[in-house]
Design a protein around this ligand. Structure first.
Ligand SMILES: CC(C)(COP(=O)(O)OP(=O)(O)OC[C@H]1O[C@@H](n2cnc3c(N)ncnc32)[C@H](O)[C@@H]1OP(=O)(O)O)[C@@H](O)C(=O)NCCC(=O)NCCS
Length: 134
């Protein structure tokens, strides 16, 4: 799993108990997963279709540096399924896991469209393709 994005937990991210607000975390993970799906499918028109059970494993506190990890587990015809974990960057303690997030690839008409992808594309392979094209 790649942990691309780091966040620094600030006062505006906290709940009234002084720990990281679950809503802030879900917003970050949904955006991170959407970007991952966009990059993998090569299309900016993707939408969140389904999110499975969310396990808030442990609390995070102000000042913590956390990191968001995503990886693709399945490529469907029009969908991509991802799995996610958020952990403390320093201690590696797990903060949140989401077993399954499904994103759907849309066409210009806003309807599900086949994406034609079957496996994870890595940045180095994308650059290799670009060089081959030029
Ligand atoms: C996304 C949307 C266009 C899909 O429409 P739909 O009628 O469910 O489309 P389909 O039945 O053709 O399913 C499309 C894909 O989603 C998958 N899917 C549908 N319902 C699912 C569910 N409950 N769980 C997991 N996957 C699901 C299907 O298996 C299919 O994948 P595949 O082509 O890889 O096999 C429609 O549900 C929608 O607009 N939802 C709102 C999205 C949204 O606003 N998200 C929040 C903001 S980003």
């Amino acid at each position: 799993m790649n942990f691309h994005t780091r966040k620094w937990v600030k006062p505006e991210d906290l709940n009234p108990n002084g720990t990281l607000f679950g809503g802030s975390l879900l917003r970050w993970i949904d955006e991170e997963a959407a970007i991952y799906a966009i990059v993998q499918l090569g299309n900016q028109r993707v939408v969140t279709k389904y999110i499975s059970e969310i396990n808030f494993v442990s609390a995070s506190r102000q000042g913590d540096i956390i990191e968001l990890g995503i990886t693709a587990t399945e490529f469907g015809r029009t969908s991509i399924t991802l799995t996610c974990e958020v952990r403390n960057k320093i201690t590696r303690k797990s903060i949140l896991t989401v077993e399954k997030m499904v994103f759907v690839n849309l066409g210009e008409d806003g309807l599900p469209a086949p994406h034609g992808r079957t496996e994870i594309r890595y940045v180095k392979d994308q650059f290799k393709d670009d060089e081959a094209v030029q």
